[in-house]
Write a protein that binds this ligand. Structure first.
Ligand code: PXP
Length: 252
């Protein structure tokens, strides 16, 4: 059953990692991810997402310090489940912590976290973060076993990995795309029924956002790479405004 809270406004978290990717290509100070974050705030982002990777390939510790000090919208701090990252999160106490898998050789976060394999350790890892007041989310595939395990860890939120859906769309694999979308729909409903808040993200574009935004259980989308790419052509604020328009259109 759809309740009034299900139809609450869908939030957009703008991921600014790839502003730092461009900056780091030259090793200087520009473009500044904090400036992008402030601009995204003004353009209607409901939150800013940043992933401090173990290898610091894009976002740096100083970026996180700057974001934590200057943002007026919530910071969603993405990190691997390591002691180092937990200590950084406990120091900053961001609004949200999203636990993601990390492999050094990957180009981006390629799959969801295998929560089922690491459930006990994750439960212990999450407890102090929640005690510090962070909303803890886990980035996972649309897989019932993983969602049930995430629920048992004490996480309040899951973020469904939309990468497989977006890849299938981009490659014209229509049957795969539809199957991935169906799995996202079913698992959003399953997670919601367990009492988890449902977010989604990875690889979303203007072409792929609507069916995900239309899922009533999904409360937040986190989108980065495509928006930063579009910003080259139309500017960051109009790129975000167009994404918001598509999200709201799908929701209504
Ligand atoms: N959500 C999570 C948990 C992510 O790790 C990422 C990518 O870093 C995103 C959303 C955003 O993905 P994209 O940059 O492809 O929009």
């Amino acid at each position: 059953m759809t309740t009034s809270s299900d139809t609450q406004r869908l939030r957009l978290g703008v991921n600014i990692d790839h502003v730092a990717t461009v900056r780091n290509a030259r090793g200087g100070a520009t473009p500044d991810p904090l400036r992008a974050a402030k601009m995204a705030e003004e353009a209607g982002a409901d939150g800013i997402t940043a992933h401090l990777r173990e290898d610091r390939r894009h976002i740096s510790d100083a970026d996180i310090d700057g974001l934590a000090a200057a943002l007026t919208v919530p910071l969603n701090f993405e990190m691997a489940a390591t002691d180092e990252m937990q200590a950084i999160a406990l120091r900053h106490r961001p609004h949200a912590v999203c636990i993601v898998p990390e492999r050094r050789e990957e180009r981006t976060t390629e799959g969801g976290l295998d929560v089922a394999r690491d459930e006990n350790r994750l439960a212990h890892f999450i407890a102090p973060l929640r005690k510090a007041g962070c909303r803890v989310s886990i980035f996972i595939a649309a897989d019932r076993r993983q969602i049930d395990a995430a629920h048992r860890t004490g996480a309040e939120v899951i973020e469904l990995h939309t990468g497989a859906y977006c890849d299938a769309h981009a490659e014209g694999r229509v049957d795969d795309r539809d199957r991935e979308l169906a799995a996202l729909r079913d698992m959003a409903a399953h997670a919601h029924a367990l009492g988890l808040e449902v977010h989604a993200g990875h690889g979303l574009t203007y072409d792929t956002v609507a069916p995900v935004a239309a899922m009533p259980e999904v409360r937040e989308l986190n989108i980065g790479h495509f928006l930063i790419g579009e910003a080259i052509f139309m500017g960051l604020a109009p790129a975000i405004a167009e994404m918001r328009r598509l999200m709201e259109g799908a929701r209504s």
